[in-house]
Design a protein around this ligand. Structure first.
Ligand SMILES: [Fe+2]
Length: 147
């Protein structure tokens, strides 16, 4: 097993949902969260933390968009709920960025609260929501070549 710095999220194969494109996105999201955490732990400057938070938010938006398209194409019955969940997470991500901006002058760049939110957030997203999508695709024998 490769070494991982304390506090960072290590990918766990139990999180694989079985759709290649989704799994790749989730791994990338974990990398981006870890980059953001690293910039906090190593006390990087405001600009780096802000930039890493932005990268995470941009990729999250991109990933949710792709997932929503996939669910639409597959006529996934839980689409509406998934969209509500996605918007909530996007809202929280925007709040984290606002919070980072607000704290710039106070030299408090990224709170523990935001960190644990992001930690739970991705894992819940994958484990609770996306495994349901992949079960549906499997049941209906829908093969995703790309998304
Ligand atoms: Fe996802």
């Amino acid at each position: 097993m490769r070494e991982i710095s304390k506090g960072l999220i290590e990918w766990d194969d139990r999180w694989l949902v079985g759709v290649d494109a989704i799994d790749k996105d989730h791994k990338r999201l974990i990398d981006l969260i870890n980059e953001l955490f690293t910039s906090k732990y190593r006390a990087y400057g405001f600009k780096d933390i802000r930039q890493n938070a932005q990268h995470l938010m941009d990729y999250t938006n991109y990933h949710f968009e792709r997932e929503e398209q996939l669910m639409k194409k597959a006529n996934y019955p839980g689409l509406k709920d998934q969209i509500v969940g996605h918007r909530k997470m996007q809202q929280q991500a925007a709040e984290i960025i606002n919070d980072i901006d607000d704290r710039e002058n106070h030299h408090l760049k990224f709170t523990n609260e935001a960190e644990s939110l992001l930690r739970d957030w991705l894992i819940e997203h994958i484990v609770d929501s996306d495994t349901q999508i992949s079960k549906y695709l499997e049941k209906h024998k829908i093969i995703v070549l790309e998304m």
